[in-house]
Every structure is written in C-alpha cells, then in structure tokens.
Design a protein around this ligand. Structure first.
Ligand SMILES: C[S@@+](CC[C@H](N)C(=O)[O-])C[C@H]1O[C@@H](n2cnc3c(N)ncnc32)[C@H](O)[C@@H]1O
Length: 232
C-alpha cells in the first residue's frame, strides 16, 4: 500500500508495553496505518482542528493513544468505549498518558523500575516519554466508558469516528445483536453530527452497509481493509 499521510519512520516509541500499557488478548493496530487512516478521515472532514475523535471498540485504547500522541496539534478530545470492562480499565491508563501529569506519572513509574533493575528497555522508555513530552503541546481531554456499541450510546457528537471492529480469530463481537456491524452503524449515526466522518477497519469479507453512511474510500491491506464514510 502507498502511504499518503504517514512517512515510514521509526515508531518504536509507541511500541505496546514500552510506555503505552499492553493489553492481553488484543492485537494492537499498526501505528503507521492507524495514523494513515486518520489522515484520510481528516481529509474528508470539514473540521480540521480541535477535533473530537471517538473509537466505539477501543480495546485497550492503543490506537486512540497513538493518535493522541501523534496528533495533539489537531485533536482536542478523545472518546473511547468497549464492551469489555477489563479493556476499558487499560484504555483509561493509556489515555491518561495524554496529559503532562499522566506522562510525568508514567515517567516516575518506569524510573523506579529502572533504578531497581537497570534494564535498557526502561531507559529507552524514559527517553520515549521525554520525546512525547516535547510533542504534547497541550493536554487532550479524554472520556472512556463501558458500552456495547450496537446499543444506545451517549450523544458524543464526534468529528471523526475511527475503529477497528472485531474480526473473528482474535476478537469476537460480544453482543446480543444478530447484525452487529449494521447495528453499530445505526447507533453511530444517532450520535453523530452532519459532518462526522467514519473510518472503519475490518475483515476484507465484512460489509458495512447502512443508509446513513456513504462510502468515500476503500483500501484493502492483505486480509483486512479500511473504509471511509461520510454521514448522509
Ligand atoms: C480489534 S479490537 C480493537 C483494538 C483497539 N483498536 C486497540 O487499539 O486496542 C476490537 C474490540 O471490540 C470490542 N468489542 C466486541 N464486541 C463489542 C461490542 N458489542 N461493543 C463494543 N466493543 C466491542 C472487543 O472487546 C475488542 O476490544
């Protein structure tokens, strides 16, 4: 795939478990790809600054946290929800890194480990935090909660919805719904404003079809694909 918005840089700072907390059972989304998808979503978005971004299947909040750390200049508010309470707890810890205070707390935590074990991985993590601190010019407001996204959601009115939906092997849908993707699209339409952009990453075979959303872009990447929709 040809990348338009995200250069092929070294993304080790964002490696799961280094500074960001890792979540057992969730395959974290590739850093460069999530940022590329965000780039496309922003291209279609009328609003370009002070964005509110929502992930309704946020897992451990890895993608959201990476987006916050890399785009603090344009993101003002990040919201995430997941049906799994354990994931939401991890997401809260990760999203807390998007403030000066949160980064300082994580620094103290890793510094204590470094003082105890003198591992190079901890020294690397401390350097990553220093780089994050320089990038994070302002704190991002965050809101993380437990919710089944196929059922009623709070009216967040996000500018961009970006999500990586369950896809079988690693993570299954956890819901009573017989058509979770459709029901999620229905709920997301209900909490969006007229210019909300939706970016979904899914299995190549999954179909996101709903009258409230019009597809503007489709990109296949191996067995997966991402699609960008505007709200009708
Ligand atoms: C592929 S993972 C997303 C990983 C996430 N992007 C990250 O960065 O950690 C899909 C997530 O969907 C969640 N999920 C499954 N059914 C759901 C539902 N009905 N409502 C909301 N989340 C759900 C799972 O708990 C899982 O965390």
């Amino acid at each position: 795939m040809q990348y338009k918005y995200c250069d092929n840089e070294n993304y080790e700072d964002y490696a799961s478990g280094r500074v960001l907390y890792s979540a057992e059972g969730v395959a974290n989304f590739p850093v460069r790809l999530v940022n590329e998808i965000f780039g496309y979503a922003k291209e279609y978005s009328v609003k370009k600054h002070d964005l509110c971004v929502y992930d309704p299947c946020c897992g451990g909040g890895y993608s959201l946290t990476v987006l916050g750390l890399m785009n603090a200049d344009v993101i003002k508010r990040l919201c995430g929800s997941d049906v799994d309470t354990k994931m939401v707890e991890i997401a809260k810890k990760n999203l807390a890194l998007l403030s000066e205070e949160g980064l300082e707390r994580r620094y103290t935590e890793i510094k204590a480990l470094y003082d105890m074990y003198e591992k190079s991985s901890h020294a690397d993590a401390l350097e990553s935090i220093e780089r994050f601190k320089k990038r994070m010019k302002r704190d991002i407001t965050t809101e993380i909660f437990v919710a089944d996204c196929t059922e009623e959601l709070p009216r967040l009115s996000p500018d961009i919805i970006i999500t990586d939906v369950p896809y079988g092997n690693l993570v299954e849908w956890n819901t009573e719904s017989n058509n979770p993707l459709y029901d999620m699209l229905q709920q997301l339409a209900g909490i969006s404003h007229k210019d909300t952009i939706l970016a979904i990453s899914m299995d190549k075979k999954q179909k996101a079809i709903h009258p409230a959303w019009t597809r503007k872009k489709k990109q296949i990447i191996g067995k997966r694909k991402f699609e960008i929709y505007i709200h009708d």
